[in-house]
Unconditional design. Structure first.
Length: 135
């Protein structure tokens, strides 16, 4: 699943300029396609980093190390990247694509929810470590 996502990101990155110029032809008020392309490439790079971290997190889960500090650090890194992705889309919203502001709000909300999950995992790891030390 994650491999397919990375392949999809790769395919989109190859055809991205053509896609943007195709839509720019139908939107006469879209006057700056090059900054939009650059911003979308940044968004694809952040998305690829999230997918790679998700693959690492899945590996940790499969190894039955869910409630460990590494899992909480991975979730925290994913959360920060999702929030960063939101800000990339905020920049895209400033570049004449107003719907990107909706993506900004959703991404920041998801990132904050992931921060809550990270805190829960961190507390669970501390409880597990404490209970492992008792007989």
């Amino acid at each position: 699943c994650c491999i397919l996502a990375l392949l999809g990101i790769g395919v989109v990155s190859v055809f991205l300029p053509g896609i943007v110029y195709f839509y720019a032809d139908g939107m006469p008020d879209l006057t700056r396609p090059v900054p939009i392309i650059i911003t979308l490439y940044v968004a694809l790079a952040v998305a690829a980093a999230v997918v790679i971290l998700l693959m690492r997190l899945l590996h940790v889960v499969r190894a039955d190390r869910v409630f460990t500090p590494i899992s909480s650090r991975l979730v925290e890194a994913i959360a920060w990247l999702v929030i960063a992705e939101g800000f990339v889309f905020a920049v895209l919203g400033l570049l004449d694509i107003q719907i990107a502001f909706g993506v900004f709000f959703v991404a920041v909300t998801m990132g904050l929810c992931l921060m809550v999950v990270r805190t829960v995992l961190k507390d669970a790891a501390a409880l597990k470590e404490e209970n492992d030390g008792t007989i």
